[in-house]
Design a protein around this ligand. Structure first.
Ligand code: 72M
Ligand code: MG
Length: 214
């Protein structure tokens, strides 16, 4: 049977990256997406902005919405301090399976909890299921029409504390207009736009970083 693009991306990682070396996994995926097949990873250019935000926060708890193949999961987890935890939600079982193998190849299983399911179902269970009080960082990269409802759900569940950071991919392309309008007009957030490009292209895109003011 025909392989899928995520399966071919995983094969490229297993062929070209060194086990236990997250940077080589990230590089192998970027090479594959630049020269073989485009895929919707945050990519190398926006990935550097993601890295700088993660390093600045030095988060103990991270929530990622939309694992896909685990590219940003590996970027974030490779920068976390010891004992820090990243919970990533993915509701497509095929993508989740690929992501688990990518994360394992990078040797980051101990820092990552991949939860197979929908964000709307799992966000309300974070405290009871995973003993999470609040998240220091939330990376939004799932369906773009879910950014706003899930942000409101995260607020309602008391999962943010003063200083928590929301970092949203694709606020220009594909675009998340309702989310941007909400977060930029809310007195509860201080937002900043990081202009960049849609992964592996020259099309404008960017990340929106929003600090929860409590
Ligand atoms: C017009 C146009 C089209 C595509 C692009 C290019 C482009 C560039 C990008 O960086 C993009 O992030 C995207 C994009 O669409 N991303 C959606 C990513 C979803 C992943 O998250 C999963 N998921 C989706 N909703 C949920 C949910 N509730 N709970 C749990 N997992 C969820 C899915 O299972 C996927 O694993 C697209 C640019 C412009
Ligand atoms: Mg994206």
């Amino acid at each position: 049977t025909q392989s899928t693009r995520p399966q071919r991306l995983l094969s490229a990682v297993q062929k070209n990256a060194t086990r236990g070396d997250p940077r080589s996994v990230v590089q192998a995926i970027d090479q594959f997406c630049r020269h073989k097949e485009w895929a919707m990873n945050v990519g190398d250019e926006k990935g550097c902005i993601l890295d700088s935000v993660v390093s600045e926060i030095n988060p103990a708890t991270v929530l990622e919405l939309g694992t896909y193949c685990g590219y940003s999961t590996v970027r974030i987890a490779s920068l976390l301090p010891p004992h820090a935890k990243l919970i990533t939600l993915e509701f497509n079982p095929n993508y989740a399976s690929i992501a688990r193998q990518v994360i394992a190849w990078a040797g980051l299983e101990d820092k990552v909890q991949l939860v197979e399911g929908a964000s709307g179902d799992w966000i309300p269970k974070m405290k009871e299921q995973f003993g999470v009080k609040t998240f220091d960082l939330v990376f939004l990269d799932h369906w773009k029409d879910r950014y706003l409802p899930d942000t409101k759900l995260i607020e309602e569940c008391g999962l943010l504390t003063k200083g928590s950071v929301l970092l949203a991919d694709n606020v220009i392309c594909p675009g998340t207009p309702d989310y941007l309008e909400y977060i930029r007009s809310s007195p509860q957030y201080e937002s900043q736009y990081f202009k960049s490009h849609l992964e592996y292209t020259k099309v404008e895109d960017g990340l929106e970083k929003s600090v929860f003011l409590g």
